[in-house]
Design a protein around this ligand. Sequence first.
Ligand code: ZN
Length: 647
Amino acid sequence: MRYVDWVQRMTDRHFALESQLRTRSFACAAPIGTLLLIATWFGIFAGLTEGVGLLIFQRINWPQWGRLMHVSKEILWISPLVDLSFFLIVTFLVWFLSRFSQRIPAIRVLAFLLTFLTIYDWLTLTNRLYHRACILLALGVAVAFTRWMTKRETSSICFWKRSTLWLAVVFLLTWVAIQGEKWAHERIAVAKLPAAPQSSPNVLVIVIDTLRADHLSSYGYGRTTSPEIDRLASQGVLFENAIAPCSWSLPAHASLLTGRAPSQHGMQNVQPMPWLGWGQNSLGGYSTLGEVLRQRGYRTGAFSANRVYFTSNVGLGRGFIHFEDYFDSVGDSFVRTLYGREFARLYLNRTEKSKVTRALRYLGLESWLDKDSEGSGDFGGAYGVRKRASVVNQELLQWIDRDQRHPFFAFLNYLDVHYSYGGPQGYPKPDWDRGTTIDEYDAGLKYVDDYIGRLLGELEQRRLARNTIVVITSDHGESLGAHGLTYHGAALYRELIQIPLVLSYPQQIPQGLRVAAPVSNTAIAATIMDLLGAGDQGAFPGPPLSALWKSPKLQTKWPDPISELAQTDIIVAADRVVEGKIPIATNGWMRSMVTPRWHLITHEKLGNQLYDWANDRNESRNLIDSAEGHATALRLAAQFEAGTKAQ
Ligand SMILES: [Zn+2]
């Protein structure tokens, strides 16, 4: 060996030894300040990247929209906050243990754990890898990084010291930019509103998601499920045969907002998520009720508990100055982050007797145990946290109280009737509730009805009720076992499309009127414009429902309402079991037309069904094979085609 090489080798050894000694001294001392610094760096860095990743992969994974937990840009500051809190807890544990045993190299252990948690976080958010694979990969990276860092511990700590402040600044700027932009956008939009015509009424549209009409007492149900809605109906107009434009949420909400059929606005299934917002091209470019009312000086707001299919993210935000869907509470924000989802998967699915469940109740966090249908519950156990009518009301009232200068247009979605049924735990159950599916469905309705009563009371207290148009309806019904189906979105039978429709406008529309003619609730948009005296019918196709009480003769000439269901893959397994037994939309589109006497249902590949709407309320006898049925179906189908073409 050459002398020069020998010197080089000795020098290297000397530095390695010195580095080891230094490392040990760090390991033994492990000041809490240094550990907290490392935790802060990892927490913010992991969280910021997670937020960006969740937004990107939500867009990439949009074909699985119904299975995802959803996020919008607020996740960019919520994720770092959650990761930082979690990593600080881990850090305190490591520090605590290192106080007992000087042998634990606290910095190295912490770097290993936080690297593992960071890499696991990033791999899991893709929604494309098995958990075990994520764990193994993250372990591998953590081992490699810790080895690498151990050799450069001093310089690593210097790096963390230098860069943590900058990361903290980026985090704060992100928070200020996102929240500030929302605040400023709303203020500017409201400031720019034109003056509304004198004494313009407020407009409140309430959609009770998944509510079939025949379960309301005012629609002939035996149980007193809906006293508040009934009271409102007695002061206004009730449509006995109101028909939804589709049998699931997304197309139906798009129709309610645009006044158009699903085949017209085109939102018949979830559409690819654009990188930069939906713009003017979504919804076939048609105006929304929000946009038109905004042009008339209305402050517009949407408050949604259906965080899968009625959100700004999915393309339904156009026209709303204010849209509240996600992040309504700490629990909701938490379960949308990656570690929140992991927590939900591991701890929010426990039994009532489990220590975790009892601890959450003890801490006053029972609302976290109220599961939503959003999330991948069917596919791995992570559910969202349900948003109840109580929260929707709170959001709405706070928003109303913020400004008295402009009339408001508020569009509400309550999800409490939707599966899982029964209303919130702990809420008083009605007498009839013995726990069957139907009992629970009705209990959910009674809960919503109570909260509609409370909301109307609040409006009364604010002296707003007299000058507010209230519309109560639903986006579709629910099968509850009829025709072998359980939920909705698979077919167009009566129980799936006949929904409540009640309109109230004190002193302005008839009191206690019941209209028997079948009508579509997509006419709500045109009706509101007519009640405002807007003379702006061009925006929404008529005729407005108000024409029915202005000239009752029209009842016999009213256009027969049509429902449409495009071929779809959102149908859940419980409903797919009837495939091959009855026509469902798994393998073709469906359409339906309701006349005062008949209900024609057509399927793209599986032919027609005809039911006697007036006399066979359960649609138990398909009359298509009888001579009369066949002839009637042909006549209606021709009318159907003509009507569709005319639109
Ligand atoms: Zn729905």
